[in-house]
Design a protein around this ligand. Structure first.
Ligand code: PRX
Length: 625
């Protein structure tokens, strides 16, 4: 079901808000169901128990695989681009994908994995990760993919929180020149967590510690398994996966997504935003460890029956032309990446975009963080050659699917604007008191008025936290945590997080999480972490730390402990040792001041009179890095 004109977009959007049941029932007709729904939508943002397509029964992999096997078994489902560039092409047709997913599903079953069990995946970006993800869905197990950049401690926390029964990993993988010893990290994580079995897929062939009681080689597990496996028939609201993300407080939250609404929402947005067709060769550069990889590398493209490209490496290896050479090699039509990658490649120089044929490209996408005008223009001119619409897609782990985005070739694009809400999305801007800000040319906190099919249903094991985090700041609304501007045309521009979450290279990290890690160091008394503008990463991490020790002696130790507790993605770029932090009389740290200092914005510090000791600010500025 594809929108083909702006007028059609307007009428679909109107219908989706005024009659959501009728609208989403029409969309849902395009999927394969074991049993259709009795009720399309129930619940609202007052009783946080919304459900979509209640009564329906389905398996998402029937939609992602079986449907296409019947029609076009030899079509390429997945093209794999390994870290090391090779001339040959590695791919899986829909038939091969079906065979591999079924074999691994049977393997999981042979280990006793059942519907509702949690399976943790900590893997590199190879087809096994995609196969394992789909195999979990095939048998009704809940997958919890943990990004391969997280540390053993972070992995162990996630295994324990979700009570995962099985862990799946690789021996080790290469990203660029860097080897990531995944199995070793799993062994470390399992010292403080437990799973019944660890399945290890071969990739680098390196020698790893192999525990014969609990470890199983992937190849031994799937050997002799049948290439058919009947799909587990799931209820619409049965959980599909858990994915951890950071918030402004406490430990990471395991957002839980359910089956039918997620399937309908991700697929509908994919087909409409990207305007794909059956010949599309679509490449999303995200790792499956993040929501973008879940929704728009695995599920929506496969459910739509396009060819999805999976890349194991990094944009700058062997050099900064890699992305564009891959586009040329596989004749990519739709390309979806993050602003941080665009900025990093822009910084390497224009020459890397030359001497490659980018003529296959039709649509470019961006996601994960606000894109700056310069990067947008560079992408438009040098990659899209001013012929490819850029879709700036705003959404979140919690929303499951894109929420505000232009539709390629249909909505007018404006640099750095996500533009307009997709069907089913009813955004509002509110002030600090939660009062709706009407009209155009306004700015406020971005909220949603109504539920939509693909939204997360809960935080795994903690529904109260789910309600408190998203539905309590402003009663009756979902609060996104983002600030947003609506311009004179009613177009939306996301301005960034308004809470204590920072977005580093498109990765969301809670400042509290980093502070907790830093504070565990015995030489640290207290710390406060803020984001600051960073040319490539969007935001960098700036830590103000109170310690008796100074200089490299302490900064290296802090970097080490953060890497150990969370992962190198959370390592602060700047660490300033201070005597005091700016606190109010009630002892609250005034982060606003720290953000301004970190950004060198000393002119606009605002009111400092409520500080216990206003002199602290001068000290901070003096010691500024
Ligand atoms: O601040 C917004 C930013 O990324 C946050 C969501 O992060 P995560 O759950 O990790 O999901 C990222 C991929 C969907 C949002 O709250 N964000 C995401 N997309 C955009 C964006 N900021 C500006 N423009 C975007 N297109």
């Amino acid at each position: 079901m594809q929108i083909k004109s702006f007028e059609e977009y307007q009428s679909w959007h109107k219908e989706s808000i005024e009659s959501p049941d009728t609208f989403w029932a029409k969309v849902a007709e395009n999927f394969e169901w074991e049993t259709k729904w009795k009720k399309v939508k129930s619940g609202d943002f007052n009783d946080i128990n919304f459900k979509w397509f209640e009564g329906a029964k389905l398996n998402i992999t029937v939609n992602a695989i079986d449907r296409h096997v019947k029609k076009s078994p030899h079509k390429k489902a997945v093209i794999f681009e390994p870290n090391q560039p090779t001339a040959s092409q590695e791919f899986l047709t829909y038939q091969q994908l079906s065979d591999e997913v079924c074999r691994f599903s049977n393997g999981l079953k042979s280990l006793g994995v059942q519907k509702g069990d949690v399976v943790c995946l900590y893997m590199g970006m190879t087809p096994e990760l995609l196969v394992a993800t789909l195999a979990c869905a095939r048998i009704g197990a809940i997958h919890s993919v943990v990004f391969g950049g997280f540390s053993a401690t972070a992995l162990s926390d996630r295994i324990n929180d979700a009570k995962a029964k099985i862990l799946i990993t690789h021996d080790s993988v290469f990203r660029g020149t860097k080897e990531i010893n995944l199995k070793d990290i799993c062994d470390e994580a399992l010292k403080t967590s437990s799973v019944e079995n660890t399945i290890v897929a071969r990739r680098s062939m390196k020698n790893v510690n192999f525990n014969v009681d609990n470890d199983i080689w992937w190849h031994d597990l799937v050997d002799k398994q049948l290439t058919t496996c009947a799909p587990e028939i799931m209820d619409a609201e049965d959980p599909l996966f858990i994915l951890y993300t950071s918030g402004s407080t406490g430990k990471p939250k395991g957002l839980m997504h359910s089956t039918a609404g997620y399937m309908v929402g991700t697929t509908f947005t994919f087909q409409n935003v990207f305007q794909t067709d059956e010949n599309s060769i679509y490449w999303c550069t995200a790792d499956i460890g993040w929501i973008t990889g879940h929704s728009y590398l695995v599920y929506a493209p496969l459910i739509s029956g396009v060819t999805t490209v999976m890349f194991e490496g990094v944009p700058t290896y062997p050099d900064a032309s890699r992305f564009w050479k891959v586009v040329e090699k596989h004749k990519i039509t739709h390309f979806y990446t993050a602003p941080t990658a665009i900025r990093a490649l822009e910084a390497c120089g224009i020459e890397y975009t030359k001497n490659v044929d980018l003529g296959s490209l039709k649509v470019l996408g961006t996601v994960g963080e606000p894109i700056n005008v310069e990067a947008w223009e560079w992408y438009n001119e040098n990659i899209g050659k001013k012929k490819c619409p850029i879709v700036d897609t705003w959404w979140q782990t919690e929303t499951g699917a894109m929420m505000i985005s232009s539709l390629a070739g249909i909505t007018k694009t404006k640099p750095c604007f996500a533009t307009l809400p997709l069907p089913g999305v009813d955004p509002v801007l509110v002030d600090a008191e939660g009062k709706e800000i009407e009209g155009n040319n306004v700015e406020g906190n971005l909220c949603m008025k109504n539920p939509w099919p693909s939204q997360a249903r809960t935080i795994y094991g903690d529904h109260d936290r789910f309600i408190a985090t998203y539905f309590s700041t402003y009663k009756g609304m979902y609060f996104t945590g983002d600030g947003c501007r609506r311009d004179e045309d009613g177009f939306y521009r996301i301005t960034g997080r308004v809470d204590d979450v920072i977005n580093v290279s498109g990765h969301r990290i809670g400042t509290a999480e980093i502070e907790n890690a830093i504070n565990e160091h015995e030489e640290v008394f207290e710390s406060a972490v803020v984001g600051y503008p960073h040319d490539i990463k969007g935001q960098g991490i700036y830590a103000f730390v109170i310690s008796d020790v100074s200089g490299e002696q302490i900064t290296e130790k802090i970097k080490k402990i953060v890497t150990e507790k969370i992962g190198s993605l959370a390592r602060p770029e700047k660490i300033q040792v201070v005597k005091n932090l700016p606190k109010t009389r009630s002892g609250k740290i005034m982060r606003r001041i720290l953000r301004k200092v970190a950004a060198n914005d000393y002119e606009n510090l605002g009111d400092t009179s409520t500080l216990l000791d206003p002199k602290v600010v001068e000290e901070l500025i003096e010691g500024k890095l």
